[in-house]
Ligand binder design. Structure first.
Ligand code: NAP
Length: 492
């Protein structure tokens, strides 16, 4: 029993949300943990009232007070341009670490049963393509910016190593596409390699993300902690959930320096809403991550044991699991009945489940101990030269004509180095003939070898190009501390 109740914001959410959240709340109360729940709203009803963020001010204020949230799934209306309320919550409170354990559970049949799958996917939760910076370059060409920072990478990679250390885990796998995206995924990989040296007791490993998918399907028990960028993490964490029983059993925690948000991976499953049939295990397991985060590890262990005993017994089985096991779906346990069974099993120990790896359980983020310094002075001290500019322009003109025309516009200070279409060089001709899509990139560099391209030169160039072509955006070509801050085109 805790002396002082914990204050926690609870967002019941949409669809089946209130049912699974209620189940977790009942179990926590039965385990004797005193919590002052501050109930708050977000999601569908809030959007319907015209709040385009889906997260009202009162909810934000509650989270600022309590700094811990248990949350049901939220629906985001499709087609009105609204941003997801889930993503808004994660970003508002900078919960940069999305942690998704995937562990084999008793009584939950999978292709890998008995192999001891027990991994944690640590996904960067703020950056990457999920920064949501998208632009149509032409009526028919969209573009999404992939933003990866050294600081964002350091935070999540350090988080993963600290988590591995706390849990006594032996290996951290970094999953990237660094072979293709050298400046973004490659930065993430380089930061991983540099930080790994600070954790000598943990084996670092880097795998290309597609191989991670392959290895997970073939031999998932080889993985321990996996750290990865946002989009990669989104996909492989769902894959990992699928390996151990699927959405009904997949918990998650979103950790920031100040706020942590705990939620099931699944959505609002609207067709089951209000029917008392949904499997609440995922939200219950998420609530255990929450209890450990607030220092209630003893209660979390007792509840976890009761969940495992209930699954092991197989007497109270929700309909999703009954379907998977070929059991009696007609007489499957209700959400309430399954919850009652877990409560009845509090105090019992599972008999078939091996103890977890390590002695400690996931908790809040590690105290930040940055390896690098960040900030305007540090950035300003990096020697840099702007050596040219990429000008993206909308045109269907054949490059045989566009090339000489764009070269003629280069002026005295700059020269046209090449033109590419969707990243493949098309001028000067390499013999490759990629399909045209109406958008070209013209790369201009300083005429004199090693010279800088001034803003005045670039502005004058863009003005000249603008008289003949519709340019859509510009990217300066920087060299930072002697290293090119841009990649070559395919075929260049
Ligand atoms: P979903 O709600 O996760 O449901 C898809 C299917 O997964 C369900 O029909 C059901 O499969 C199964 N399922 C989900 N939760 C389950 C559980 N607890 N126990 C057993 N089976 C479960 O995905 P969706 O239909 O794509 O999304 C519905 C809404 O939720 C959307 O508005 C979406 O934006 C939102 N969403 C929110 C979150 C979040 O808040 N974090 C996450 C994802 C989606 P069967 O039909 O086979 O029974």
């Amino acid at each position: 029993m805790t002396a002082q109740p914990h204050r926690i914001t609870v967002i019941p959410g949409d669809g089946v949300g209130p049912e699974v959240v209620r189940s977790a709340q009942r179990i926590i109360a039965a385990a004797g943990v005193a919590i002052d729940w501050e109930e708050a709203e977000a999601g569908a009803e809030v959007f319907r009232r015209g709040d385009t963020s889906g997260v009202p001010r009162a909810t934000r204020e509650s989270i600022e007070r309590t700094r811990v949230v248990l949350k049901g799934p939220l629906e985001t209306p499709v087609g009105f341009g609204e941003k997801s309320a889930n993503v808004t919550l994660r970003k508002l409170f900078e919960t940069y670490a999305n942690v998704r354990p995937a562990r084999e559970l008793p009584g939950v049949p999978t292709r890998y049963a008995g192999e001891g799958v027990d991994m944690i996917i640590v996904r960067e939760n703020i950056e990457d393509l999920y920064a949501g910076i998208e632009h149509m370059q032409t009526p028919d060409v969209g573009q999404c910016l992939k933003v990866i920072s050294r600081k964002g990478s350091e935070k999540i990679i350090r988080y993963a190593f600290e988590l591995a250390r706390r849990e006594g885990r032996r290996k951290v796998t970094c999953a990237t596409k660094a072979n293709i995206m050298k400046l973004t995924e490659g930065l993430f990989k380089r930061v991983f390699e540099e930080l790994a040296g600070e954790y000598p007791e943990i084996a670092p490993e880097h795998l290309i993300i597609d191989n991670v998918a392959h290895q997970m399907a073939k031999n998932p028990a080889q993985f321990d902690v996996v750290v990865t960028t946002n989009l990669n993490g989104d996909i492989i964490s769902d894959l990992a959930s699928g390996l151990v029983g699927g959405l009904g059993f997949a918990p998650s925690g979103n950790y920031g320096d100040d706020v942590a948000i705990f939620e099931a991976v699944h959505g609002s499953a609207p067709k089951y809403a209000g029917k008392d049939v949904i499997n609440p295990t995922a939200l219950i397991l998420s609530s255990l991550m929450m209890l450990r985060h607030v220092g209630e590890s003893g209660a979390a262990d007792r509840i976890e044991d009761a969940v495992l005993v209930t699954l092991e017994e197989g007497r109270a089985v929700t309909q999703d699991l009954a379907r998977q096991t070929g059991g009696d779906v007609e007489h499957a346990a209700s959400t309430t009945g399954f919850t009652d069974s877990i409560i009845a099993n509090l105090g019992k120990q599972p008999t078939t489940v091996p103890p977890r790896a390590g002695t400690e359980r996931p908790s809040g983020p590690a105290a930040p101990r940055p390896r690098w310094s960040y900030g305007p002075e540090v950035a300003a001290a990096v020697p840099r030269t702007t050596v040219g500019v990429d000008v993206f322009l909308e045109t269907w003109e054949p490059v045989a004509a566009a090339g000489p025309a764009l070269e003629a516009l280069a002026g005295d200070a700059l020269r046209l180095q090449m033109i590419s279409s969707r990243g493949t060089m098309v001028w000067p001709s390499t013999g490759l003939k990629p399909d045209a899509v109406g958008l070209l990139r013209a790369r201009y560099v300083a005429r004199a070898e090693g010279a800088a391209a001034s803003d005045a030169d670039i502005s004058a160039l863009v003005a000249r190009i603008g008289e003949r072509y519709a340019w859509t955006h510009l990217e300066k070509l920087h060299v930072f501390a002697g290293a090119d801050g841009f990649t070559k085109a395919q075929g260049q």
